[in-house]
Ligand binder design. Structure first.
Ligand SMILES: NC(=O)c1ccc[n+]([C@@H]2O[C@H](COP(=O)([O-])OP(=O)(O)OC[C@H]3O[C@@H](n4cnc5c(N)ncnc54)[C@H](OP(=O)(O)O)[C@@H]3O)[C@@H](O)[C@H]2O)c1
Length: 252
C-alpha cells in the first residue's frame, strides 16, 4: 500500500496518470486462483496478469488446458472432488470461480457443479484463509420455474446457481457474486457497462472479458465486498462508470 502511494506521489509530481501502474504495485506478489480454464477463465487469466497478479489456474485435466497465458501456474482440481481443492488453494490470496456445469447428468450437472461444487470450493477457501472469493454466476439466478428455457435445458441451472451463491454468502469467506448477462467473446474495456443489484432483471449481453474486469475490480474494492450484482453491456455508457456503482448497491 505504501509502495502504491509512493508511485502515485512521484507520478503526480511528474504530471503522469498511472492508474495501471498503481494497480500493478498493489497486486504484486498476490496470487489469484482462477477456477476453470474455459471461455471466461482464459481471458480472465490474461487480465489478472496484466494487472500484476500472480495467477494459478485450476483445470480438471492439464492435458486438455486451452491456450493459457505464458507464465501461468496450472494445477488440476475438480470441485466435485473436495479432496483435490486444498492443494490448489495453498498460498492463494484470492479466488475467482468461472466454473459452470457442462452437462445434465451427475457429476457434470448443475446440482453437482454450480451448487455442491461451488459450496465445496467456498468451504475450502474459507479453510485456506482466502481474503476474497468472487463467484461468476448468472443473471436470473434464483429463477426456479422449470419452464424457463435455461432451467428446462440445463437441469434447473438457475435454481442451483442461486443455491451455490447462498452457500458462499454463509461460508464466512469474504465474497462478491457477479451475475452477467449473455456472454460473448470480445475485447475488454471497449463498451460501457450497466451494473446494478441482484434481481435487477437486466436483459442483455456482455463480453466475457468485461466480466473479467468487473471480477478483478471486486477482489480489492471494499465497496464490492458482500455484494451481488448483475451486469450487462450498455452502449454509450462511459467506459469506467460502472466502477462507481458498487458503493450504491446494498448487501443482501
Ligand atoms: N453462456 C452464457 O451466456 C452465460 C451467461 C451468464 C452466466 N454464465 C455462467 O458463466 C460461467 C462461465 O461461462 P463460460 O461460458 O465462460 O464457461 P465455459 O467455457 O463452459 O467454462 C466452464 C468451466 O467450468 C469448468 N468445470 C466444469 N465442471 C467442473 C468441475 N467439476 N470442477 C472444476 N471445473 C469444472 C470447465 O472445466 P473443463 O475445462 O475441465 O471442462 C470449464 O473450464 C458459468 O458459470 C456459466 O454458467 C454463462
Amino acid at each position: 500500500m505504501r509502495l502504491m502511494k509512493f508511485v502515485a506521489t512521484v507520478a503526480a509530481a511528474m504530471g503522469l496518470v498511472v492508474t495501471s501502474m498503481a494497480t500493478s504495485a498493489y497486486a504484486a506478489g498476490e496470487t489469484v486462483l482462477v477456477v476453470g480454464g474455459g471461455k471466461s477463465g482464459l481471458p480472465l487469466v490474461k487480465i489478472l496478469k496484466e494487472q500484476g497478479y500472480k495467477v494459478r489456474l485450476s483445470v480438471r485435466d492439464k492435458s486438455k488446458a486451452g491456450d493459457v497465458e505464458p507464465g501461468t501456474e496450472i494445477v488440476e482440481a475438480d470441485v466435485t472432488k473436495a479432496d483435490t481443492l486444498p492443494a490448489a488453494l495453498k498460498g492463494v490470496t484470492y479466488v475467482i470461480s468461472t466454473i459452470g456445469a457442462g452437462g445434465v447428468e451427475p457429476p457434470n450437472n448443475a446440482e453437482s457443479v454450480d451448487y455442491k461444487g461451488v459450496a465445496a470450493l467456498a468451504d475450502a477457501s474459507k479453510k485456506a484463509g482466502v481474503k476474497h472469493f468472487v463467484l461468476m454466476s448468472s443473471i436470473n439466478a434464483g429463477d426456479d420455474n422449470p419452464e424457463t428455457f435455461l432451467n428446462k435445458r440445463f437441469g434447473m441451472v438457475l435454481m442451483w446457481k442461486a443455491r451455490g451463491e447462498e452457500h458462499l454468502r454463509k461460508s464466512g469467506v469474504p465474497y462478491t457474486v457477479v451475475r452477467p448477462g449473455g456472454l460473448q467473446n470480445c475485447d475488454p474495456g471497449k463498451i460501457g457497462l450497466k451494473m446494478g443489484p441482484a434481481e435487477s432483471k437486466y436483459m442483455g449481453r456482455i463480453c466475457r472479458s468485461d466480466v473479467g474486469l468487473v471480477m478483478t475490480d471486486a477482489l480489492t474494492n471494499k465497496d464490492a465486498a458482500g455484494k451481488t450484482v448483475e451486469v450487462i453491456a450498455e452502449e454509450g455508457a462511459p467506459l469506467t462508470a460502472w466502477k462507481s456503482a458498487w458503493a450504491g448497491i446494498k448487501t443482501p
